[in-house]
Design a protein around this ligand. Structure first.
Ligand SMILES: Cc1cc2nc3c(=O)[nH]c(=O)nc-3n(C[C@H](O)[C@H](O)[C@H](O)COP(=O)(O)O)c2cc1C
Length: 413
């Protein structure tokens, strides 16, 4: 664990995650859609953004608190939904929820999680969000909503950008679904093919033996335990592609979802334009997350930071709380994002980096790094509170006059 304590950046933790877990697992967390232009763009947009620095200022303390959709957060970031965290670390989602609570923020649990939502809520500090996909259809979703309410989730996120799953080519070539899962129900020929695929994975699994032992101790191949079908059975892991394709959300769905969820906040995630933000508000949402799903859905949509810069001014009069996710890797990224008036930002792959590097210890280190980064950036830029970052906005940012991208750091994740 000394190595984790020595991590200086979230990229250090990402590299540790990639060493600890086999490629067939880490590639799921890394990948973006198609040419990965948007995936890289999310990160590059932050790296290309500049700030000013007001000098000769000294603050005895900083105020990193924020409020979004009625939730008081001690820090201006939250864990945005990331599926299958349990493949990285035993009970990964509950571990993430605990760390978020310890830092005074929230974790949003994905529908595509292998950890019972009750365990995630119990691990939180009384504030946690549940992200809804409509896998399995309306009745299944209604069961999840009721369960989330009873478990004590305090906001519901509806993700609207996953009508079909994006094409993540490298992971698809690894054929994870064809290699995993039981032999039950397969013809003799299919069983032979599957057996060979499993055998081919042996070298990468054995080279990550500590992970493999953890994985089997935690129950092996996970099921989607929060997606319960009409017969009371959890959805098998390998059904996900088909199920996502059958679960596209439409604006009409918001009506029954809002009704079933009740008065607690509803957040719409995956918004790219002011029109959709206004529509979400009309349909009863109290928050919006600007997001391109970490570059995993439609490739060649703009980086989220550019969406925020272009669309926030167009929304007009609104009561919505705005958040974003996509490309956040350090504290200066958070500061720049907030300077556009956002209430908070979400971290996706940084969560995977921390959990994958070493569960609670790894994610705690990721949070410490972001915290130290943000603290340092606020002092160096000369802003004392999140509120000040939000309100001074353009005064803090600077246009870059550098040409080309030679000055940018190598892309890690
Ligand atoms: C491995 C992985 C799984 C994800 N699973 C979900 C999910 O189940 N539901 C969802 O709304 N978004 C999901 N997302 C998208 C994230 O919520 C978020 O939009 C994205 O990760 C932000 O970009 P970042 O990874 O650069 O922080 C996933 C992202 C990753 C990387």
């Amino acid at each position: 664990m000394q190595e984790i304590a020595d991590a200086m950046t979230t990229a250090d933790l990402w590299k540790m995650m990639r060493r600890r877990v086999p490629p067939i697992v880490s590639e799921y967390f890394r990948g973006g859609a198609d040419t990965e232009t948007t995936l890289r763009g999310n990160v590059r947009a932050f790296q290309q953004s500049m700030t000013t620095a007001y000098g000769a200022l000294k603050f005895s303390s900083l105020d990193t608190r924020t409020t979004t959709v009625g939730h008081d957060l001690a820090i201006p970031w939250f864990i945005t939904p990331v599926g299958s965290l349990r493949t990285l670390y035993p009970m990964g989602d509950a571990v993430a929820s605990r760390v978020a609570g310890e830092f005074g923020t929230v974790m949003a649990q994905s529908t595509l999680s292998g950890t019972p939502m009750e365990d995630v809520a119990a691990a939180s500090k009384d504030q946690c969000w549940y992200q809804l996909y409509l896998c399995g259809g309306r009745d299944t979703a209604l069961r999840s909503i009721e369960r989330a309410r009873n478990a004590g989730f305090t906001a519901l996120i509806l993700t609207m950008d996953t009508g079909v799953s994006g094409l993540r080519i490298l992971h698809a070539k690894m054929k994870p679904m064809q290699s995993m899962g039981p032999f039950r129900g397969l013809s003799f020929g299919q069983k032979i093919v599957k057996a060979f695929r499993k055998l081919a994975l042996a070298p990468q699994m054995l080279s990550c033996l500590p992970w493999l032992i953890d994985y089997y101790r935690d129950g092996g191949l996970m099921e989607f335990v929060n997606i319960i079908d009409d017969d009371g059975e959890p959805m098998p892991y390998t059904d996900i592609g088909t199920q996502l394709a059958a679960s596209a959300v439409t604006w009409d769905d918001l009506t029954w979802i809002k009704e079933a969820w009740g008065d607690k906040p509803l957040i719409v995630k995956g918004v790219h334009c002011a029109y959709d933000a206004r529509k979400a508000e009309e349909m009863g949402a109290s928050g919006v997350i600007w997001s391109n799903h970490g570059g995993r859905q439609q490739d060649r949509v703009p980086p989220v930071l550019h969406i925020v810069a272009q669309e926030m001014p167009l929304v007009g009069d609104t009561q919505l709380d705005f958040m974003m996710d996509g490309g956040i890797r350090n504290g200066t990224d958070i500061l720049i994002a907030l300077s556009y008036g956002l209430k908070a930002v979400g971290i996706g792959r940084v969560t995977a980096a921390g959990i994958g590097a070493g569960g609670h210890t790894g994610l705690t280190r990721a949070f410490e790094i972001l915290h130290e980064d943000l603290d340092r950036a606020m002092r160096l830029v000369g802003v004392q509170s999140v509120e000040e970052i939000r309100s001074r906005g353009a005064e803090i940012r600077r246009e870059s006059l550098l040409q080309g991208d030679d000055h940018l750091p190598p892309f890690v994740f």
